[in-house]
Design a protein around this ligand. Structure first.
Ligand code: APR
Length: 252
């Protein structure tokens, strides 16, 4: 039996599934990953540019990176969910998948129709004022008109609501993600190198709670290499999950 067939059998018999996703699930939608290939973000930019201290001391330079790398992608009409996002949303509609914990900030799970999505690293969808607490949708901000964007109430530079290096995980997402690992039969791990803490503890906690780990990745991750993965489907997440939907007879 191939790994994909083993994954299909395991999903067929599962009652409660959690998905844990990383940048790799969005690569086929047109967004580059952070690591692992020549077009990866951290091969081309210094991660310090989105360290909280750098942002506070050099808001314009940090915002130039944020605008060019994150908001340019998010505003493009051609960046859409792929078959992997759609498969996970379909599993939720089937009542098998209870939550997604994502490290991604691209909102593609929600666009694919997933309802329970814990954004462990926050989101690009909103911006906040660290000074007065004001919050605004990214859709209401014109980065060409006012740059860097400022709070309408107090005039301070706004910060995107995704997590910068040196910043804590949003409490609600942290607590919701941990609760989501309880009692799951399967944790589907998709497109993550597994290198970033504390996000990497989510599949580890699911495993400790008795879950079988089914991993989709183009190459082995830290989870694969450390022997945590029970079924490793090597390939592109969109392609493989498209095939999985066919095997399971699930419309995506
Ligand atoms: N299908 C499946 N997996 C893929 C695909 C694909 N089409 N393309 C790449 N991958 C895999 C790579 O092999 C790699 O293991 O996706 C993974 C991407 O790893 P990272 O770029 O490290 O992304 P991620 O694990 O999500 O990074 C975690 O790091 O910089 C921080 O906050 C950022 O959330 C991010 C965190």
């Amino acid at each position: 039996m191939t790994a994909l067939e083993q994954a299909a059998e395991a999903i067929k018999g599962a009652r409660k599934i959690l998905a844990f996703t990383g940048a790799g699930i969005s690569v086929e939608s047109g967004i580059p990953p952070f690591r692992g290939s020549k077009d990866s973000l951290w091969e081309n930019y210094d991660p310090d540019i989105i360290h909280l201290d750098y942002f506070h001391n050099h808001p314009k330079e940090s915002w130039e990176f944020i605008r060019d790398v994150f908001y340019k992608y998010m505003s493009r009409r051609d960046i859409l969910p792929n078959a992997a996002h759609k498969f996970l949303a379909a599993l939720e509609r089937e009542g098998k998948l209870t939550a997604i914990v994502t490290q991604n900030i691209d909102n593609l799970h929600q666009m694919a129709g997933s309802k329970v999505v814990w954004e462990f690293h926050g989101t690009t969808a909103t911006l906040s004022c660290e000074h007065c607490g004001g919050k605004i949708s990214a859709k209401e901000v014109d980065l060409e008109e006012e740059f860097p964007p400022r709070c309408e109430k107090c005039g301070k530079v706004l910060k995107p609501d995704f997590i910068f290096f040196g910043e804590g995980i949003p409490r609600e997402a942290y607590e919701g993600s941990i609760a989501a690992t309880e009692g799951v039969d399967i944790c589907i791990v998709v497109g993550t190198s597994g290198l970033v803490m504390p996000a990497d503890m989510i599949p580890i906690m699911a495993k400790r709670n008795g879950a079988k780990i089914i991993e989709f990745n183009t190459q082995p991750s830290k989870f694969t290499e450390e022997g945590m993965t029970d079924i490793f489907v090597q390939g592109k997440a969109g392609e493989e999950m498209g095939k999985l939907a066919d095997i399971l007879g699930i419309e995506i």
